[in-house]
Design a protein around this ligand. Structure first.
Ligand SMILES: Cc1cc2nc3c(=O)[nH]c(=O)nc-3n(C[C@H](O)[C@H](O)[C@H](O)COP(=O)(O)OP(=O)(O)OC[C@H]3O[C@@H](n4cnc5c(N)ncnc54)[C@H](O)[C@@H]3O)c2cc1C
Length: 414
């Protein structure tokens, strides 16, 4: 059996940071991942560009994005914050740049450049890597972990960091092994659920406009006439429904509301104009096209791809001349622009979820060190703990900060 100071299980961003920073403390560190290369998921982040973090530098404001569990994240964020991350990448030759909405990306390069820096960090700090190797289980002695068992042998250490991620995008190696181990060793698990996920709509036309981008739109989540949440920004139609940044951020509200009953979205394609102003616009458009068929009058109002859909959803006969469109018909059309009702039939599954919500309960982790309160030589980091935020780089910052803290703490046995 080979022996180390610290063994890290899971070579995603959290595990890589835990490994590198533990090794920087002079520890003999082994990082085990079941994939051929570490950071498989990093490669697909931010549509291949990797939104590494968010520009909010004030930790107190940063954690507000995480809702009720945000405060517990403060110590880790103070230990390794947004500025630390920017310096980390800059010092390793990958400058970062803030983009729209405070999202921070590599200034040049992409997610592959981020993965390269992470691999370089492991080399620089002398972490020993064991890839294509799945940890199957732990052995215990006197209430502490004594070794990990893998098809490539048994390995032991003084401290262990589990950073095996959640359940989303299982093809990247995330199959929830860490959840099973945590539960088996007495930790409470907040039931994992797909989060930041596209929505499935109960309409039959989205496949016709698959991938069609909706810029600067407003979406409300509505249940029994009550608006539960709303977002302004970008979305796109998918084969089964609707996705994109604002939809992902609304998906948790939709998921929870669906457990209570029927939910629909209200899509406002023209949020910059109130209904009265847009109605005047429609009247002007119809006046200018008075002798044209309704079907040929929408070019100035709608992107081409959406015109056939609107013609179908509208009660106006496509052949009707614009001058004879009634007020009622115009107002129904106005409703399609300002309040297009999209009934939701469900949320997408783990295959399409950006993150997994739930996970190891923060009550069972000392969040000042990331050490388990149940097993003295076990630490947790990354997505597998019960902490998930909106899109915009928040979730990776959880990995960097908790990974750093877990690595340092495991090295010092704090
Ligand atoms: C499509 C997509 C886009 C995203 N874009 C962004 C973005 O732009 N910005 C952002 O902040 N977040 C983004 N995220 C979320 C972010 O990628 C994750 O939150 C993050 O990767 C989680 O890191 P982690 O280290 O906790 O786990 P992971 O990255 O999931 O890594 C866990 C590792 O553990 C390994 N493992 C699991 N079980 C075992 C085992 N039994 N033995 C050995 N190894 C094991 C896996 O192989 C894997 O490599 C995105 C996610 C997806 C799916």
């Amino acid at each position: 059996m080979r022996t180390y100071d610290v063994i890290i299980i899971g070579g995603g961003p959290a595990g890589i940071f835990a490994a590198g920073f533990a090794a920087q403390q002079g520890q003999n560190v082994l990082l085990i991942d079941k994939n051929r290369r570490c950071g498989a998921k990093v490669l697909i982040t931010g549509k291949g560009r990797c939104n590494v973090t968010h520009a909010e530098e004030d930790p107190r404001r940063f954690v507000e994005a995480f809702g009720r569990n945000g405060k517990a994240f403060l110590t880790a964020l103070y230990a390794f914050g947004v500025r630390d991350l920017v310096s980390f990448f800059e010092e390793r030759g990958l400058p970062l740049r803030e983009e729209r909405g405070g999202r921070i990306f590599p200034a040049e390069g992409d997610a592959a450049s981020v993965q390269k820096v992470l691999e370089g960090f492991l080399q620089e700090t002398g972490v020993e890597l064991l890839t294509s190797c799945r940890v199957e289980k732990f052995t215990f002695d006197n209430g502490e972990i004594s070794s990990v068992l893998t098809p490539k042998g048994e390995f032991s250490a003084t401290a262990y960091v589990v950073a095996t991620g959640g359940l989303s995008y299982p093809e990247t190696g995330c199959t929830g092994d860490g959840y099973t181990w945590a539960e088996q060793s007495g930790h409470h698990l907040i039931p994992p659920e797909p989060a930041l996920v596209p929505l499935v709509l109960d309409v039959d036309w989205t496949a016709e406009v698959n991938n069609f981008n909706l810029k600067n739109v407003q979406v409300q989540v509505v249940q029994q006439g009550k608006v539960l949440a709303e977002r302004f920004g970008e979305a796109f139609f998918t084969r089964e429904g609707i996705g994109g940044p604002i939809i992902l951020d609304l998906s948790a509200v939709v998921r929870d509301a669906l457990k209570q009953g029927v939910v629909s979205l209200s899509l406002d394609l023209k949020p910059a104009l109130d209904s009265e102003t847009f109605d005047r616009r429609l009247q002007r458009e119809f006046a200018e096209n008075a002798n044209r068929n309704f079907a040929n009058s929408l070019d100035g109002l709608l992107p081409k791809a959406l015109i056939p859909i609107f013609l179908r959803l509208s009660t106006i006969d496509p052949q009707k001349k614009c001058h004879s469109i009634s007020r009622e018909e115009r107002l129904q059309l106005l409703g399609l622009f300002k309040n297009l009702e999209l009934p939701v039939s469900g949320v997408g599954g783990y295959k399409k979820a950006i993150v997994t919500s739930g996970g190891v309960s923060l009550k069972d982790i000392d969040m000042r060190s990331m050490r388990s309160k149940k097993i003295a030589n076990l630490y947790f980091a990354g997505e597998m703990i019960d902490l998930d935020g909106p899109t915009g780089g928040f979730n990776l910052q959880v990995c960097w900060s908790t990974g750093y803290l877990a690595g340092i703490s495991a090295a010092k046995r704090e």
